[in-house]
Write a protein that binds this ligand. Structure first.
Ligand code: 48F
Length: 265
């Protein structure tokens, strides 16, 4: 096997810069922006992309996956309750097994990677290392996000006063986890009800509440996963992921319904 020996350093840089900028430019306008590539965000993005919507995930971490790679206390087993295991089967998680009737366990790394791959294969575009810092606002509702390199906020001592860029979309889904960062900033500036803190542990109620609270909290903005849970101050559930997946699914279906209605008008 002969490795290509005619490699130019400048070509490597050109390939990265040209291809990345083309994509970032293309996604300055899209159908849906999902903020956060955890379990709820990746499930939502997969369904949206499967339904033909131009879907971008903006994730501030370099590695997408959110809280999926470790189940609880850094132990990489992921637990889900029925019927959410179907979502893992659908992306081909092979380690999934029924631990007790209606309760499933699998390898958390496999689940995280395959859910992400599912979203990407369906056509969702992941922009990692980019942080959402605000929303774009009109009287009719939210119509996009304001974002910056995560390194800008992670290294404030070295990099100051860097203005963000804007990415427009018909819908924004806040899948940022416990902090509900998009809903938080929007509620502070626009002024709608937002609690922003999970309650103490009560798994059964928390799982139901997370799905119940997955909704459009302001025109153009849907909360899902732990962001939905903490927006309404529901109890915490710890390391069980069924409601995260089903919440992502519900967020996608709400988005599809809304965009379909808008199209008919
Ligand atoms: O926290 P995370 O996994 O959110 P989730 O989908 O799932 C929660 C569970 O992992 C777990 C739980 C389970 O039962 O309680 O905590 O609700 O993923 C959220 C992702 O959003 C990114 C963050 O890095 C993570 O990958 N994120 C958070 N804030 C921002 C962000 C932001 N401002 N901009 C971009 N990404």
């Amino acid at each position: 096997m002969h490795i290509n020996s005619k490699i130019d350093e400048a070509d490597i840089s050109k390939a990265i810069i040209e291809e990345y900028m083309k994509e970032l430019y293309d996604y300055t306008e899209c159908d849906v922006i999902v903020v956060g590539a955890g379990p709820s965000g990746s499930v939502a993005a997969k369904i949206l992309a499967e339904n033909g919507l131009k879907t971008a995930i903006f994730e501030r971490n370099i590695k997408p996956g959110g809280g999926m790679y470790v189940g609880g206390m850094l132990m990489n087993k992921l637990v889900v309750e029925s019927p959410a295991e179907k979502i893992l089967k659908d992306v081909g998680v092979k380690t999934l097994k029924e631990y007790k009737k209606g309760l499933y366990v699998c390898d958390a790394v496999e689940a995280g990677i395959k859910l992400m791959a599912g979203a990407i294969d369906a056509g969702a575009k992941v922009f990692n290392a980019i942080e959402t810092v605000d929303v774009i606002y009109r009287k009719t509702g939210i119509c996009g996000i304001v974002a910056n390199w995560h390194a800008v906020s992670a290294l404030p001592k070295f990099i100051t006063c860097v203005d963000p860029l804007c990415f427009k979309s018909k819908m924004v889904i806040d899948a940022t986890g416990h902090a509900a960062e998009v809903a938080r900033v929007a509620s502070e500036k626009i002024g709608f009800k937002f609690i922003g803190m999970e309650g103490s542990m009560w798994v059964e109620e928390a799982e139901k509440a997370t799905i119940r609270h997955t909704k459009e909290i302001y025109p153009g903005l849907i909360v899902c996963g732990m962001a939905a849970n903490s927006t309404y101050g529901a109890p915490r559930m710890g390391p069980i992921f069924g409601a995260m997946f089903l919440s992502g699914q519900k967020a996608a279906h709400l988005t599809l319904q809304k965009l379909k209605k808008q199209k008919k008008r």
